[in-house]
Design a protein around this ligand. Structure first.
Ligand code: TYD
Length: 215
């Protein structure tokens, strides 16, 4: 049982296309929380646990990956997330930590639902089943124009692009637009920040929103 002095645990998820700058901002937000002596846990999807890392390898690097149907992809991503929630996120929240998650259930809604055209209802139900009660208190979508995200992905690519990175421009357009539409529908939980600003400016904006929304 947490005592009265234990701060409430909070889950903040980061979302956006490849190359949107999520990992830089997660590090910066973690540092801000550490400065005020909060216990911070960062997690990465679809890995983050041993089981999750194995699942990630099946999805991302499997030589037969191109033959994977969208339904299997959805179930694998959500299986990795179910494990991450129970093994890492829920226990951290119970002890009062701030959990910063690099991707969470909105990635399935957008990549598998919108990107791969799976029907919204089963995706939402499967998402809910996988995470249970553990919904983000705040979700930060870092938005960058298509050209910027493609350039950044190219610049950091070493050798062969992985399966997700071989997707078409159209796919990434759907992902970007999908996040913006999702955010519009859930303004109480999701904020969109402009990922083309400087890293410092984005960090300050995120910190201000976090303080205002997660008192
Ligand atoms: P990764 O290289 O781990 O992440 P990032 O691009 O965020 O640095 O690859 C994750 C890929 O998996 C990325 O293309 C997004 C995709 N993805 C989904 O399609 N659905 C999901 O539910 C999740 C968590 C990720």
């Amino acid at each position: 049982m947490p005592s009265n002095s234990t701060p409430a645990g909070r889950l903040i998820s980061f979302e956006g296309s490849e190359g949107s700058g999520k990992s830089t901002q997660i590090k910066r937000l973690a540092a801000r929380f550490q400065k005020i002596n909060r216990d911070v846990v960062t997690t990465r999807e679809p890995g983050g646990t041993e089981i999750g890392e194995q699942i990630r390898n099946i999805i991302v690097h499997n030589s037969k990956g191109d033959e994977m149907c969208a339904e299997a992809e959805l179930l694998l991503f959500t299986a990795a997330r179910a494990q991450l929630v129970r093994e890492v996120i829920a226990p951290a929240l119970r002890r009062g930590a701030i959990v910063l998650s690099d991707r969470y259930l909105d990635s399935s809604t957008v990549y598998q639902g919108i990107g791969r055209n799976l029907a919204a209802d089963p995706v939402a139900q499967i998402n809910r089943f996988a995470v249970g009660e553990v919904m983000p208190d705040l979700t930060i979508v870092i938005d960058v124009p298509l050209e910027v995200s493609l350039q950044r992905v190219k610049a950091r690519a070493s050798g062969l692009p992985d399966r997700m990175e071989r997707e078409t421009i159209d796919f990434y357009r759907k992902i970007r637009d999908g996040y913006l539409v999702l955010a519009q529908g859930l303004p109480g939980r999701i904020i969109v920040v402009d990922g083309t600003e400087t890293a410092d400016a984005i960090e300050n904006k995120i910190w201000a929103e976090v303080q205002a929304r997660l008192k």
